[in-house]
Write a protein that binds this ligand. Structure first.
Ligand SMILES: Nc1nc2c(c(=O)[nH]1)N[C@H]1C(S)=C(S)[C@@H](COP(=O)(O)O)O[C@H]1N2
Ligand SMILES: [Mo]
Length: 414
């Protein structure tokens, strides 16, 4: 069974006698709300998401299970009602099933490569003692978050809206570590590998690279703490890369190797996976990796999620419709979030919550009284400080990335 609006409530919606039905011809409401694609998040297209199974990995609360091997688990909506995602509810995404239990005392990080001055190995203690600590709040979001909402359907893990999380990351700056080994003038990319490994010979090891300037950015961290605690095993204990603004694929977990190189890294995960059709999105280019047809995904697109309401929910007339949620983007920061109750004909600016930094989730809230009986479509649209805004129509791409279509939830005022 797909998780869907009941046919009874849809029938009532379409036959609604309330304000909306009077204002908009039923045909339009049916078109906007009746098809799963237009409805957005409450319905997942046929054949994509089956039932939502909850399962608790060791140390985690029950999360939405996508695949067990490798572990892919999504955070349920309720944990996005606070701007910081708890460690035990933070989503888990792995490409490979060979995930070792790393002991902090045995762990070392090797830093070198042909474009590094020398090779050095660091223990966790050394990282903590020999480098200045750095801390920031940032969203980790899987490129394929909301892939399950793509129509037409695309293959890959059928994520709903919860392949993301926001945390306070504490560790050291990658640039400080790179300064210790020295970066030669021909350095082009920095290549990262984690301790996880393939269990089948055919699967290539998960290795990712970043442009050297992104690796040297003061916000790029090697983090060993998340929300004031050691990283959970499933989120990269004892240390992971944090690349604020960039999609989760670059945030290598259980990091063991950093190599500075002078040639584009060409493994499968760079040259084939995690790519977008060239020029389809306004995000920055990863210049050394641009191909004739496609280029790597880089930063996140502006987006938002309503967390206080569920599609199909009934609200008593006279009671407030409380729209609350979170918004984020690729690092410009959120400028505003607007909310519509009339299919986008008019918009009201929501109040923004505390600014936790330009890489963080930003809360928003707006309440209006439910005045008349009938159907109401609630939409939220975030705009970043660089002027980017969410799209009305999905920008289709074969791997199912960057879904930031304006959400539509319908409520019934009864
Ligand atoms: N070692 C390792 N790191 C990895 C991955 C992986 O498969 N192996 N997946 C990446 C992807 S695609 C995402 S979206 C994030 C998810 O981080 P999380 O599991 O902590 O939520 O980890 C990234 N880091
Ligand atoms: Mo991802």
């Amino acid at each position: 069974m797909k998780k869907s609006v009941s046919s009874e409530s849809r029938r009532r919606l379409l036959a609604g006698t309330g304000a909306l039905a009077a204002l908009w011809p039923v045909r339009i409401l049916a078109g906007e709300v009746g098809s799963s694609g237009a409805l957005g998040f409450a319905e997942i297209p046929d054949g994509a998401l089956a039932e939502q199974h909850l399962y608790a990995l060791p140390g985690k609360v029950p999360l939405i299970k996508k695949t067990y091997r490798p572990p892919n688990f999504e955070t349920p909506l309720e944990y996005f009602r606070t701007p910081i995602t708890p460690n035990n509810a933070f989503f888990v995404r792995y490409h490979l099933a060979g995930i070792p239990e790393v002991k902090a005392a045995d762990w070392t990080l090797t830093v070198g490569g042909e474009s590094a001055g020398r090779e050095l190995a660091f223990t966790l203690d050394q990282l903590k003692k020999e480098f200045e600590p750095a801390e920031l709040t940032a969203v980790c979001l899987c490129s394929g978050n909301r892939r399950g909402l793509f129509e037409p359907h695309v293959t890959g893990v059928e994520w709903g809206v919860g392949a993301m999380g926001n945390a306070v990351w504490r560790g050291v700056r990658l640039k400080d570590i790179l300064a210790k080994v020295g970066v030669k003038s021909d350095a082009l990319e920095v290549v990262f590998d984690g301790a996880d490994h393939p269990v089948m010979d055919k699967t290539p090891d998960f290795v990712k690279s970043l442009p050297v300037d992104v690796a040297l950015d003061e916000n790029t961290l090697i983090a060993f703490e998340m929300n004031g605690k050691p990283l959970p095993h499933w989120n990269g204990f004892p240390a992971r890369l944090v690349v604020p603004g960039w999609t989760g694929t670059y945030w290598i977990k259980q990091l063991i190797s950093v190599r500075v190189v002078s040639k584009p890294e060409a493994n499968f995960w760079m040259s084939t996976a995690y790519r977008l059709p060239r020029g389809k999105f306004k995000t920055p280019s990863f210049k050394s990796q641009v191909g004739s047809a496609n280029e790597p995904i880089t930063t996140m697109v502006v987006n938002s999620l309503i967390t206080s309401l569920k599609s199909g929910q009934q609200i008593a007339r006279g009671k407030p419709i409380e729209v609350k949620g979170i918004a984020w983007d690729g690092g410009a920061g959120i400028a505003r979030v607007d909310v519509s109750f009339d299919l986008g004909a008019s918009w009201q600016q929501a109040r923004l919550g505390r600014d936790l930094g330009r890489f963080s989730f930003r809360e928003f809230a707006l309440a209006v009284p439910a005045r008349e009986r009938g159907a109401v479509v609630v939409m939220a649209r975030a705009t970043s400080r660089s002027g980017e805004t969410q799209v009305e129509q999905l920008i289709h791409n074969p791997a199912g990335y960057h879904h930031n279509v304006i959400q539509r939830l319908y409520l019934e005022v009864v």
